[in-house]
Design a protein around this ligand. Sequence first.
Ligand code: ADP
Ligand code: SF4
Length: 679
Amino acid sequence: MARDPRYDVLFEPLQIGPVTAPNRFYQVPHCTGMGYHRPQMLAAMRGIKAEGGWGVVCTEYCSIHASSDESPYPSASLRDDDDVSNMRLMTEAVHAQGALAGVELWYGGRSSANLDSREVSLDVASLPNAATLGIPIQSQAMSQADIHNFRNMYRDAARRAMAAGFDIVYVYANHEYLLHNFLNPYYNQRRDEYGGSVENRVRLLREVIEDVSEIVAERCAVAVRYSMPIQLDDDPQGLIECFQQIAELPDLWDITVNDYQYEMGSSRFVKETAYQAAVVKVRSMTTKPVVSVGRFTSPDTMLSQIANGTQDFIGAARPSIADPFLPQKIDQGRIEDIRECIGCNICYAHDSLGVPIRCTQNPTMGEEWRRGWHPDRIEPRHADESVLIVGAGAAGLEAACALGQRGYEVILAEAEQELGGRITLESRLPGMIEYARVRDWRQGQLARMANVQIYPENRLDVDAILELESQHIILATGARWRSDGVGRWSNHAFNGCEKDNVIGVDQVLKGVEAEGHVVIYDDDHYYHGSTIALKLSASGLKVTMVTPETALCAWTRHTEEQSLTMRALIEAGIEIITARGLTAWEGGTARFECIFSGRETEIVADYLIPISARIPRDELWVELESRRDSFESRGILSLQQIGDCRAPGIIAAAVYAGHKAARELGQNEISVKRDRVVV
Ligand code: ADP
Ligand code: SF4
């Protein structure tokens, strides 16, 4: 198919200082959890993005010195010449596809705790450490000599960036790292020429931009990553005034906003193009090209960003993770093939856990080098064989898609009328609508595969499965929620769990009629508790949330959802009680004990909804296993279970399991490379 000419403008080459981007698709710097630990994995992943059509592909934050070390999170690194060869792997992979490679040179200041290097962090002042782990240390206030050395660090790193083959070199001036902190009068109360007036606070950033420009002159473009206030009329840091001072200095501005929960907003709370006003403001203040993100997944939105002059490039981090081939799909007129990011932030969550990112929508993310998985291509079938998949949730749908793409004859049987399993149910909860994209993209792909037959409203039992005589059987039957409170905090059911008015999560998801006061006991700590609470509160119930954790929805801290979740719960008038474990339900009174002291409390309520663990729906598996003897005579070659029926987890894990099962079908040897630096 050919490209719709309306989108031609997205494919225009564009100059950035001395270099020219082949098109307007710009993968901005984004974390990967790979960094210096996994240089080959990283290079392959960035190379795939370039292959998928991103005209500019950048690194994640790239340390310039041992005193900028955010361990256990592995940044990229250009601290010394050995790093140059690691980073060259990436630039070569990107250049091989005709794209430009950008590097985000980074100095952490108070935000890097230097847990690995054990160096002291330097910053504008002696400030408490702001790393995610909340380390009880402070930075050292930089002396004039330190500032001089710091400028040399940047210069040296810029030299190494050139040696590694980068085309765009970033000065990183946001996210409360050192250069940002100099701009901020709240932190910067220096009395020397680097503090006080706007001109003084901008001085160090100006000097570093000039230093880097001098080093890379005529070879590389200089970009600055900078944040604007999310509300333009509320700018206590004077970021707009600071920007005015240096608006024409770099070759490109990469703009974000000064609030990470909006910049990296979860789709539950932040939608596409969320901070356009800030970008428009910047665009009006500089003649230099501007790039920014906005979780753009719709080509028409991209087009309007260019047409209305908001920005010059289409910046993307998450959309490029969910679909590394997004630009190529627009180019080839395959719009319906674009796998849209759902804004779940599972990618970011794993970076924040110090491991390689993964993606709910794109199971190949991070596996490009290690397993040799390509996001748009897959090995053809190994033999003319048939596959039965039981269950069309995330795992079953993904397995059917990938097996269908490989060319197998596939039967996909689903008990319910609607496909999607838990996604379909959960996407009806407040704010969760974009999660349905996981189902919709796969359903769309399957609709065009003649070799995949889908049978909704078909709950299969073991006899029906055996009678179908497919050569491979994949069980993807999901899991059911427990309603007895067994979970992380307790291995025992609470007293009275069988009594009336204990409502299970599955019942709530399918729709439950209730009124009065409900207590939600959340020992799951992800989004289930808060989304159910918001739904019930919106339908008029009084809601109290109780958790045995010391903070509610504790795991959503990793997905950058926690504080917006808390705000939404508080604004909805939901009462929140922490550090209480559920011990009993007396049909109108819920009893709890303090997790520290054991002191008992009670809440009188009409209903109790316990959200704790899930039970794998593995009955079919158990029975089929017991009948393995009959497989040979029936021509059955393999049986496996995938997704939540094997081990309940996040949706990303189910999609991954489905993809893995499909990739590995018929493979005798599975090779998984290990990335490590070998001396
Ligand atoms: P996962 O996340 O592992 O994909 P889900 O719970 O989302 O799990 O999906 C499992 C799907 O399997 C559900 O849609 C459920 O209706 C379906 N299912 C469960 N048992 C059967 C069965 N015996 N026959 C057909 N479909 C089934
Ligand atoms: Fe988007 Fe979620 Fe994938 Fe991240 S993990 S890119 S937020 S779909």
